[in-house]
Design a protein around this ligand. Sequence first.
Ligand code: PEP
Ligand code: MN
Length: 337
Amino acid sequence: MIIILKENCEKPKLDELVGWLERQDVKITTVTGTSKTILGLLGDTSKIDMESVRARDIVESVRRVQEPYKKVNRKFHPTDTIVEVSGRKIGQGTFNVIAGPCSVESEEQITLVAQKVKESGATLLRGGAFKPRTSPYSFQGLRADGIELLLEARKLTGLPIVTEIMSLAHIDLFADVDVIQVGARNMQNFELLKELGHCGKPILLKRGLANTLEEFLMSAEYIAAGGNTDIILCERGIRTFETATRNTLDISAIPLLKQYSHLPVVVDPSHATGITSLVEPLSLAAIACGADGLIIEVHNDPKHALSDGAQSLTPEQFDSVMKSVKKHAAFMRKEMA
Ligand code: PEP
Ligand code: MN
């Protein structure tokens, strides 16, 4: 961290700032120029609150030279993290497809979709039991019953299950879930992230609708700081001025996240676009950009789906997308898990 001080700053204020910084275990090098003084901070500056440095009246500007995230930072952990989910590996060298309906709606629906996506080559089953809906009058999910139905579908197909948690109050219901999903709207629910840091389960962390990559990685850092580094990052599109798609898939986020972090990255072309015909091209783009997997919504009857029907593939469409996904994953030397 570099702190540039204002001209002719008062000595007692400077001494107070230096003392405060030193108490936070950093070493300070002072460079005194003809008019400006610069403080260079060495050591772990991740706990130093930049805003409170900036708020001091002797400070002109503050700049970080190192990222504020450590545990999820590739600089400190150069080798890729491979997240193991019930014997399946997610990360470097493998390719996983998580597929299933937006919402679990009934036993018939989830078991049928689970069987179909498995036949087409999906490696994990998704399905929302607790649904974050914009309107309180929309279908809110089958909640605890939805998780029970996912467990039934897992028994039938052997596919590990991925489902979203929306509140800390529900954590006990997730005891048998294989991967806990944190949705875009909860990416900065810090109390939830802290709890998931010691839940002992892999986490699928989705990027917030309007969050930067640094904020995304800081949310992953919350989970890792609690001791859980089994985190899968998910790029699911961000809000832009474009209205032709539900969100805008930030394709450059994929290689950047992989440069910045050792965590696996999967892409959600369904929520990124909201349009079924875009799921295949964006899946292929994600593979080309180095994604470790995809999460795709599939419904047996999209027209009558209780949520996200417009972006859900039929099992037949999913089968066709999977054929081309497999070819492209193989081309990128990724083995289907
Ligand atoms: C979902 O996966 O069903 C979902 C709600 O996604 P997101 O949090 O990315 O909107
Ligand atoms: Mn959905």
